[in-house]
Design a binder for this molecule. Structure first.
Ligand code: FAD
Ligand code: SF4
Ligand code: SF4
Length: 404
């Protein structure tokens, strides 16, 4: 295990998902000096059998979409069974949610109707970090609603699960991919975790990004009682509450665009699946667009894009709709490239960024079955050359800074 995880860390390809802790009590997820969640492998066991399984599961090493894809697979947006826009019918949940509160509404629906015993998701911990825990019938899902733009490792709980119970899992696409790949290795886990819910993801910023927000708002970390990165509106404000119950806030544009997206981990720059291809359901922001098709970030009632990727996902949203937990409206799939321009760009340029990583003598993760070359052709030569050169320049700068 030490050798295989060490390889992921050496190539700076760890997503921080936490699934390596499934393989041994000796592997703990800790915050690295750079402010990301990373496995501490000091006491990790040397076990070739575990190492082989780990290598098939870790999203820092490989992602294989072949068992998900069918004939109508789309090289940019993955396998799509249905696509809608929607929101929670519970106004408080919709308001607390990151966009339309659909993930929280589905989580609540699953536990209230005994479809699962618990939902595994993350929420704010005592140290203002993100902690994974089991949420059951009495849980108020407003508490965990909203995006948390700092490191979170929802898979670190899986080793502790009672596998005779049923669970739904909520996480970023890389977290969900890790659970999906673990399910393929471990039949008991596959039987216990029945639903995978995700959301589109542009990247995980380090805790240093959050600290920069505190300092921009003029608040000492020691005096912060809670932080919500989004929610309470759409897109809502990044809001800090101090121990004196004073509120400080910043717009989504300033927080994400001005600070947080400058602190993303390396693996996110090479992410092939920011769109939740391994999930049963994936949600995203269903931004309104201006006349030129650019997304508007004006405050509005929250609406989530809701994609079901298979029958499990389709049954879930249809039943939640029938029992009036969510509203679903039609969505024109041809407008998807416009309302999610970053995910589109990322998918048509990932091929050249992987080449650039190799050009620098580094080993990127192995991505199988994603049709990346076909997607690169859609992006064109100019865009791919630019993204190749951009990654080379950024990595060289990082290597130079590290050597100083
Ligand atoms: C790091 C990050 C990047 C994102 N990038 C994009 C993007 O590029 N495009 C886009 O459309 N949407 C992005 N989102 C997702 C978007 O903000 C909404 O989460 C999505 O629209 C679902 O909204 P909702 O109201 O249905 O979810 P909610 O009902 O608000 O539920 C959110 C769920 O996500 C879980 N969660 C929150 N933060 C994390 C985290 N860091 N790790 C694991 N689980 C978490 C919560 O536990 C909760 O269960 C991102 C979210 C995050 C956390
Ligand atoms: S990507 Fe996930 S499984 Fe792989 S080393 Fe990092 S935390 Fe562990
Ligand atoms: S961008 Fe990709 S690798 Fe990074 S956190 Fe999101 S899903 Fe994981």
């Amino acid at each position: 295990m030490k050798k295989a995880i060490g390889k992921v860390l050496a190539n700076d390809l760890c997503t921080g998902c936490g699934i390596c802790s499934y393989f041994s009590d000796e592997i703990k997820i800790v915050v690295s000096p750079a402010g990301y969640n990373r496995p501490d492998i000091t006491n990790a066991p040397e076990d070739p059998v575990l190492e082989k399984k780990f290598s098939k599961v870790c999203p820092g090493l490989n992602l294989d979409i072949n068992s998900v894809r069918k004939d109508n697979y789309d090289g940019i947006w993955g396998q799509i069974e249905s696509i809608n826009v929607g929101y929670s019918t519970n106004n408080a949940l919709r308001q607390s949610g990151s966009s339309g509160g659909v993930i929280s509404a589905l989580s609540n629906y699953l536990v209230q109707n005994n479809i699962v015993d618990f939902v595994i998701n993350i929420s704010q911990g005592l140290n203002l970090d993100n902690v994974s825990s089991l949420k059951g019938k009495v849980y108020d899902f407003r508490e965990s609603a909203g995006s948390r733009y700092s490191p979170a490792s929802p898979c670190d709980l899986i080793r502790k699960l009672d596998l005779s119970k049923k669970y739904a899992f909520v996480g970023k696409p890389c977290d969900v991919a890790a659970v999906y790949q673990l399910k393929q290795q471990e039949p008991l886990v596959a039987n216990a975790i029945t639903h995978l819910l995700s959301f589109m993801c542009a990247g995980t910023p380090s805790f240093k990004g959050t600290e920069e927000i505190y300092s921009k708002l003029g608040v000492n970390k020691e005096n912060v009682k809670s932080i919500r990165y989004r929610g309470n509106g759409w897109p809502g404000y990044t809001t800090i509450v101090s121990d004196q119950d004073e509120e400080f806030s910043m717009s989504y544009n300033n927080a994400w665009g001005g600070i947080l997206n400058r602190h993303l981990q390396t693996r996110c720059k090479l992410c092939v699946d920011g769109i939740g291809e391994f999930a049963d359901i994936v949600c995203a922001d269903a931004w309104d667009c201006d006349d030129n098709g650019y997304p508007l970030f004006e405050e509005n009632d929250g609406r989530s894009l809701v994609i079901s990727r298979n029958k499990i996902g389709n049954d879930l949203i249809n039943n939640a709709k029938l029992s009036s937990n969510i509203v679903l409206d039609d969505f024109d799939i041809n407008t998807l490239d416009k309302i999610q321009p970053f995910q589109f760009y990322r998918r048509v340029s990932i091929f050249s960024r992987l080449l650039a990583f190799r050009f620098l003598g580094l080993t990127p993760p192995k991505y199988k079955g994603f049709d990346l070359f076909k997607s690169a052709l859609k992006g064109g030569l100019y865009l791919n050359t630019k993204s190749f050169l951009g990654l080379v320049a950024r990595r060289r700068k990082i290597i130079k800074q590290k050597s100083l």
